[in-house]
Design a protein around this ligand. Structure first.
Ligand code: NAP
Length: 325
């Protein structure tokens, strides 16, 4: 009896301390300043990965502001259920759910054609969809590309290029690239972008980090190429957010035991994570900026080498991987 009540007190104390740490830590999470944003009423916003996590919250936020939203993701059934949830809250919202598999160049081309047929401009393109898959799972895209790199980078590279005329038609317009601070751990070699020379069981290279570094290089080169067009490019890290991103990770129970308390204290909710996406997509403050990186609704300096040279090289390689030329 005494043991049970002691355990109860200890448990309650641990949970209490956890809550206090979480509250203290989450004070650092900046909130997007909604009083300083551009009006998106009636504007076309395309969001990839709109049916889950950060993309879902961003969809709700854009619907609240009266934007016309193109919701792109693989699972149309799930996307349609999110459409119903958004309409329940914002009955007059204009939502178009469309199928897009960024792991298939053919799907990206079909999707882009469909968008071109239905819309004459895109005011804000949000490249948000993403996967995290460990190398040892050996997952590949339809074209046989390493899964993280193929979906997170090559798919979005092709998509953006195919839709660029629509984004230019809406200028001043914005392209928002959701990257990650995990790009700091990238070990990317242009000789082995698909990590085929690595032993998947023992490799120390994280393919997700490489793909998120590729996102930064893409945003950098895209912004350089779009100078003078009034299409501005923003890349960001949303922070560590509680979403379904780790669905392919297969954590062991030991990892879970370590992760759960750490995640409880440090992880953001999807709403907290979406703040920097909203900042880059809507803020007046950053209207004139392009080719820069953001975290916590302010500028962020990634540790990886996002040089013009690397960005140009990545662009050239990506054109051929995406079969753009
Ligand atoms: N969560 C974090 O801690 C964190 C941290 C830094 C950066 N990020 C970035 O934030 C972005 C959003 O991720 P999230 O955390 O919100 O994860 P999530 O809840 O798993 O959402 C990912 C979205 O991407 C879509 N998607 C996955 N594969 C796709 C494909 N092949 N084609 C089209 N859509 C695809 C998914 O929908 P379907 O499965 O229906 O296709 C889903 O809507 C990602 O780019 C991620 O790298 C997340």
């Amino acid at each position: 009896m005494v043991l049970l009540s002691t355990l109860g007190y200890v448990g309650a104390a641990v949970v209490g301390v956890g809550w206090v740490c979480r509250i203290m830590f989450s004070r650092n999470f900046e909130t997007h300043d909604a009083s300083d944003e551009e009006d998106v009423q009636g504007k076309v916003v395309l969001i990839t990965g709109a049916n889950s996590g950060l993309g879902k919250v961003t969809t709700f936020e854009m619907a609240k502001r009266g934007a016309k939203i193109i919701m792109a993701s693989r699972n149309l059934e799930l996307t349609n259920s999110v459409v119903a949830q958004v309409r329940k809250m914002y009955p007059s919202s204009e939502l178009t759910a469309m199928k897009l598999d960024l792991g298939s160049l053919e799907s990206v081309r079909e999707f882009a054609k469909e968008v071109q047929a239905k819309f004459d401009k895109i005011d804000i393109l949000i490249n948000n969809a993403g996967v995290y898959a460990p190398l040892k799972k050996q997952m590949k895209t339809v074209e046989g590309y390493e899964f993280n790199f193929g979906v997170n980078h090559v798919g979005h590279f092709l998509l953006t290029n195919l839709l660029l005329d629509l984004v230019k038609a809406a200028a001043p317009s914005r392209i928002v690239v959701v990257s990650s601070r995990r790009s700091d751990s990238a070990k990317l070699s242009f000789d082995d972008l698909m990590l085929e020379k690595e032993n998947p069981e023992t490799s120390k290279i994280d393919p997700y980090s490489n793909s998120k570094y590729a996102n930064l290089l893409f945003a950098k080169e895209l912004s350089n190429r779009l100078q003078g067009t009034n299409v501005n490019v923003y890349a960001l890290c949303p922070g560590w957010v509680k979403t379904d991103l780790a669905r392919y990770a297969d954590l062991t129970w030991k990892q879970y035991i370590i992760m759960v308390p750490v995640a409880f204290i440090f992880m953001r909710t999807p709403r907290q994570g979406a703040q920097t996406i909203l900042h880059c997509a809507l803020s007046r403050k950053v209207r004139q900026e392009t080719g820069q990186f953001y975290r916590d609704c302010t500028h962020w300096s990634p540790k990886s080498a996002v040089t013009d040279e690397a960005a140009q090289q990545m662009w050239t390689v990506s054109e051929s991987l995406a079969k753009l030329k």
